[in-house]
Design a protein around this ligand. Structure first.
Ligand SMILES: Nc1ncnc2c1ncn2[C@@H]1O[C@H](COP(=O)(O)OP(=O)(O)OP(=O)(O)O)[C@@H](O)[C@H]1O
Ligand SMILES: [Mg+2]
Length: 548
């Protein structure tokens, strides 16, 4: 959730501004936004005095701070004094305040005249700051806000939203489109080690895709080709299923294909819905239903009115939507669905028209599904993954290992990408011989193994990694199991939930990341870093550590 704090000051001894209107416009744009659930516009703080700002930043903990008001030509911003008259705040003072919130605030928007000087000072600490390089007319300020929040709400980045704000000024026929300026500040050093190694994903901007858990997608050429051919088949193969045991790479494969097809524009729209049973200690929710699938399609194709209707009519209207737009509907983790997998498949088949569905499940698909069954990576690709993972995490031992030893690692990990990643992490701490010895004690699941079988296989791999962790990192991992798997939390929320200090938290995150017990992703929309666990890691923590 991205929280936006709107601050306004309109001292009685300055000319009147239409601040109420600006707030209403922002509110309305966000209410209509596709991603409205991800934004929270806090109650506006009007007539702010200097002391109110720090209080509001502490109370509300916003990611975006919007100041609307007057600026003086020498760069001071006009706040109010107790009598409601002008109280000037100098750039240095405001910058010092924001320095204290550098890890929390991503963007500061100063919608006030001559605020460039302030913006520059604040940008020393905050990643994105928008200011005005001269006097700005009231109407232009509102137009900018409209364009900016509309774009943000549609999942655009801060930079794109800034540009769309400027375009909006022009669209209103106001010749002030050059006035707002965007400053990219020095990166708040939340976690220097991690930020540099985050996958840079600039290719797409479809927000409903889940975080990408891999830096480079490795191997699986046959499956990629098969599925791509099936998805391009205009005469049949409407539903394509990927099945295989946990951690084998179903989600990664589905995500990779989706990205490739988006890049080739093979589909007009993508809907990505993840079924999950929330198994955290705090919540228990049930998986996806067919009705939920219809809702996800309506919502993600922005047919919000369909969310209100039910039954056959809804089904018919969703069918129309899928006829109107050539859509790829991806449903991930169908084994957790509440309705039977087969029932969902059959009903989906009747509404797809020329759209297609790509499904993943730990349970085998049957019937009219073109199914691809995933097993471990082939040896060559598995060894490639080991090398790249080792390079990424600075595990020097792998470079010097001989091919036979690496082959042995692949066999003992059954070629599972998740298992291989964990094993490489262990090699950062332990000699290869020991790691191989530990692996030799684990029973390798056969293809088509029952859930219990491979869960105990992963337990055998997770446990040695767990034992390598210092106490603080163990406790961080346990607290992180409270977040939904694959979604996780931000640095601030990790801090809150773990109670660790900044420096210890940074070190613990790094330790967990090196062992592949935690993944990091920078969100596409905001410069917001999220840390999350794989669902199997969460399972392990909850069932073998917390409840053991
Ligand atoms: N081909 C690949 N190249 C690089 N990384 C991969 C590949 N396949 C899987 N991975 C990585 O291995 C881990 C496990 O893969 P993934 O989450 O896709 O498995 P899954 O089959 O969807 O598991 P689950 O059934 O638990 O959802 C992830 O971190 C993923 O990014
Ligand atoms: Mg998955």
């Amino acid at each position: 959730m991205i929280s936006i704090l709107f601050l306004a000051a309109d001292p009685a001894d300055a000319s009147r501004l239409r601040l109420g209107e600006e707030f209403r416009e922002i509110q309305e744009k966000l209410k209509l936004a596709r991603l409205r659930e991800h934004f929270k516009l806090e109650l506006p703080q009007l007539s702010v005095r200097p002391a109110d700002i720090s209080q509001a930043l502490l109370d509300v903990q916003p990611q975006i701070v919007h100041f609307s008001g007057h600026g003086a030509s020498l760069g001071a911003l006009c706040f109010e004094n107790p009598a409601g008259k002008i109280h000037l705040v100098q750039p240095g003072a405001l910058a010092a305040l924001f320095e204290q919130f550098a890890n929390q605030v991503n963007c500061v928007l100063l919608n006030a005249c001559y605020s460039e000087t302030q913006a520059k000072a604040i940008a020393e600490h905050i990643e994105y700051v928008i200011g005005m390089n001269q006097a700005v007319d009231d109407k232009a300020a509102i137009a900018f806000a409209i364009g900016f929040y509309q774009a943000l709400g549609a999942g655009r980045t801060i930079e794109e939203s800034y540009k769309l704000g400027c375009v909006q000024i022009r669209l209103q026929g106001i010749a002030e489109h050059l006035t707002p300026i965007l400053l990219k500040g020095k990166r708040a050093s939340v976690s220097p080690v991690l930020t540099s190694s985050i996958a840079q994903d600039k290719s797409i901007n479809v927000l409903q895709l889940p975080p990408r858990q891999y830096r480079e997608f490795i191997g699986r050429q046959i499956q990629l080709d098969d599925i791509e051919n099936a998805l391009n088949d205009t005469l049949g193969r409407w539903i394509i299923g990927i099945d295989g045991i946990g951690g084998i790479g179903k989600t990664a494969l589905a995500r990779e294909i989706t990205e490739r097809l988006l890049a080739k524009k093979s589909f007009e729209k993508v809907v990505w819905e993840q079924s999950h049973r929330d198994i955290t200690m705090t919540k228990s929710s049930r998986g996806l239903t067919y009705d939920g699938v219809l809702d996800a399609i309506s919502y993600q194709l922005e047919a919000f009115d369909l969310l209100q209707i039910k039954g056959k009519e809804k089904e018919a209207r969703v069918k129309n939507l899928l006829r109107k737009y050539k859509t790829l509907v991806v449903l991930d983790n169908l084994e957790t669905a509440q309705d039977a997998q087969n029932a969902i498949v059959n009903r989906l088949a009747s509404i797809l028209s020329f759209s297609k569905a790509l499904l993943t499940s730990r349970h085998r698909f049957s019937g009219d599904v073109f199914s691809v069954h995933l097993t471990g990576l082939v040896e060559e690709d598995a060894i490639d993954l080991i090398h790249r993972e080792a390079k990424n995490k600075n595990v020097s031992q792998v470079e010097n290992a001989d091919t036979n030893e690496l082959r042995q690692l692949v066999i003992s990990s059954s070629g599972s990408p998740l298992a291989l990643k964990l094993v490489v992490g262990q090699l950062g701490h332990l000699p290869l011989k020991i790691v191989l010895e530990q692996l030799s004690l684990i029973h390798i699941p056969e293809d088509g193994a029952e859930e219990d079988d491979y869960v105990s296989f992963y337990k055998g791999i997770f446990m040695p990694s767990w034992k390598l962790l210092p106490e603080n990192s163990q406790s961080l991992l346990v607290s992180m199991a409270n977040f939904p798997a694959g979604i996780g939390g931000t640095f601030e929320s990790l801090k809150e939930i773990s109670g660790l200090s900044n420096s210890i938290l940074i070190r613990s995150i790094d330790e967990l990341w090196r062992l592949s017990l935690l993944e990091v992703e920078k969100s596409l929309s905001l410069n917001n870093i999220r840390y999350y666990l794989h669902v199997l890691t969460q399972n392990f923590i909850l069932s073998d550590i917390v409840r053991a």
